[in-house]
Design a protein around this ligand. Structure first.
Ligand code: CA2
Length: 147
């Protein structure tokens, strides 16, 4: 099986485009997937794109990426600010990971300023809306090509 870039999305990101367009924009998660697939394709890579509202499911996909993935792009949503389990899973992943956020969390509430996962990833991209994901694809590919 050809290895892919895993793109993982956490809680409530299935609502993208349906609410809070002033913060998150009007594109849907399906639009994000299409954009990421197209961007990865220009670099010769395939993606596996997932969303879950459940922490354990995200942990399971990170474990899966250890054997079937080239790298991980993760928008952990609110779990970013709470999850030691995601930190530990990313630390153990053995593949490079990029943390991504649509919004600039540092312009928002103080509880969004701390990330539990930043210390377990190679890079972080935030604040560019849906373009954050495309920039993360480019950044991850840079890391993969440098290996
Ligand atoms: O800016 C980001 O990408 C966030 O990871 C989004 C999370 C938030 O908890 C983080 O602090 C920053 C929230 C995702 C929820 O997405 C929604 C999208 C549309 C409508 C409602 C929620």
């Amino acid at each position: 099986m050809k290895k892919s870039i895993y793109i993982l999305n956490g809680p409530n990101l299935n609502l993208l485009g349906a609410r809070e367009p002033d913060i998150y924009g009007s594109e849907t998660l399906a639009d994000v997937e299409r954009r990421c697939a197209a961007r990865a394709k220009t670099h010769g890579f395939d993606i596996r794109f997932h969303q879950s509202n459940h922490e354990g499911q995200l942990v399971d996909w990170i474990h899966e990426a250890r054997s079937n993935g080239l790298g991980i792009i993760i928008n952990a949503g609110a779990f970013t600010h709470t999850s030691v389990a995601l930190h530990d899973a990313l630390k153990a992943a053995d593949v490079p990971a990029i943390e991504v956020h649509l919004s600039n969390v540092f312009k928002r509430e103080a509880f969004r300023h701390h990330s539990h996962i930043s210390g377990a990833v190679s890079g972080i991209i935030l604040g560019f809306g849906v373009t954050s994901y495309e920039l993360a694809v480019d950044g991850l590919v840079e890391i993969l090509k440098g290996k």
